[in-house]
Write a protein of this length. Structure first.
Length: 171
């Protein structure tokens, strides 16, 4: 095969791979997630979050949404309310938390489990991914988070300041 044909094949394959990525992730910046030395590193904008507890990108999303929206104080207040008065986000979170606790008993050798995704899972993960995508491509404006009806710890600490599960933010 001559050099020109090889370059054309490589260019065509690169275009196909990018098209596939865009269908899965959208038109924004690609997800940057890798595992090294038993820890998962996920880039969000110009920062990198790291945790040994994230076996998958979905694990990261659960920590991410909890860190920016679901403060311990807010969760406690929601838990004290009657179910019909609770915020929909709390209902999703609580359902997902209970499902994860149950499913985590059946992990494989890599610490990952399979489970059927519920409506609460889809809703919480879609919101988490949407917020991650905004943060990864620009930043999360405080008014957007306020409209969700959830109290945030500090408007100036909207990005990855304290992800749960002993994670750290690297410069």
């Amino acid at each position: 095969m001559d050099k020109l044909k090889l370059e054309q094949l490589i260019t065509k394959e690169a275009g196909r791979l990018e098209s596939d990525r865009q269908q899965r992730q959208g038109l924004g910046r690609p997800i940057v997630s890798r595992v090294s030395n038993g820890k998962r590193y996920v880039t969000v904008g110009k920062k990198t979050a790291v945790s040994p507890h994230w076996k998958t990108f979905i694990d990261f999303l659960h920590s991410y949404i909890a860190s920016i929206l679901l403060t311990n104080e807010w969760l406690r207040k929601q838990a004290l309310k009657a179910e019909e008065e609770r915020h929909p986000l709390f209902l999703w979170y609580d359902t997902v938390r209970l499902n994860r606790e149950e499913n985590s008993k059946r992990t494989n050798s890599n610490g990952v489990y399979r489970a059927t995704m519920t409506g609460a899972d889809k809703s919480l993960l879609r919101l988490a991914y949407d917020l991650y995508s905004i943060d990864h491509n620009a930043h999360l404006p405080a008014p957007l988070l306020s409209r969700l009806g959830v109290r945030i710890a500090s408007p100036r600490n909207l990005t990855l300041t304290s992800l749960i599960n002993s994670s750290k933010i690297l410069p």
